[in-house]
Design a protein around this ligand. Structure first.
Ligand SMILES: *[C@@H]1O[C@H](CO)[C@@H](O)[C@H](O)[C@H]1NC(C)=O
Length: 219
């Protein structure tokens, strides 16, 4: 089955400019970035890991609660899955090697997961999940497929999500942070069946991947 992957690139010119000044002009500013990045790492894999994962999940379910009802359905939540989170972390680390936002090729996505990603250049500090979600939500009125990151967030028959972040290496040529969310089963298929009425597809569309994460029988 066709890999269903979507990406959104956030290139914030003003942030790039500020960061270049910090990287090259003052040591103090660059320490600030390291501090943010380290606290981001602690947030993801240290004692605050649970809180960050819960924030990612809640950001999804707050949107789903709102739009499932608005689109004529009943609210269906997504659950967290560590396999998906680990896959998200792998892909985020891959993206920050070049700081170019992209979707995995099918060989890099064997379970045909849905993948959303956001890249912010000029900083190594992890983005707030709620901020990332708001940038995805802004795409919604653009219609399908321009809003495909958000239709994946909302896809009612997607049961599980896992999200993670990564930052470019210290001293790397390009500075960025990437946020990635991985979904099972993927959304955004069968649009044609609904006459490209994407609000209806979000509510009624099928689960789009053939398989689930290895640790789940149903997803
Ligand atoms: C899309 O489908 C929904 C639910 O079936 C319906 O209420 C809505 O009017 C449709 N929108 C368009 C633009 O056809």
């Amino acid at each position: 089955m066709k890999t269903i992957t979507f990406a959104i690139s956030l290139l914030l010119v003003s942030v790039v400019a500020v960061s270049e000044k910090q990287d090259h002009a003052t040591v103090k500013a660059s320490n600030t970035i390291n501090h943010h990045e380290q606290s981001g790492r602690r947030a993801q894999n240290g004692p605050n890991a649970g809180k960050r994962m819960a924030t990612w999940r809640k950001a999804h379910n707050d949107m789903r609660r709102k739009y499932h009802v608005e689109f004529g359905g009943t609210f269906k939540s997504v659950k967290w899955n560590m396999e998906l989170k680990n896959h998200a972390e792998k892909w985020a680390k891959e993206i920050v090697k070049t700081c170019v936002n992209r979707t995995p090729k099918s060989g890099q996505n064997p379970n045909d997961y849905g993948v959303n990603s956001a890249v912010k250049t000029g900083t190594r500090g992890f983005q707030n999940p709620i901020t990332v979600m708001k940038t995805w939500e802004k795409k919604l009125p653009l219609g399908y497929p321009k809003n495909s990151v958000m239709t994946q967030v909302l896809w009612r028959n997607t049961g599980y999500v896992g999200c993670a972040d990564a930052s470019s290496a210290v001293g790397a040529e390009k500075t960025c942070t990437a946020a990635v969310c991985v979904y099972a089963k993927a959304g955004n298929c069968a649009m044609k069946r609904f006459g490209f009425n994407w609000t209806q597809a979000v509510i009624e569309g099928p689960a789009c991947s053939a398989t689930c994460p290895p640790n789940l029988e149903v997803c």
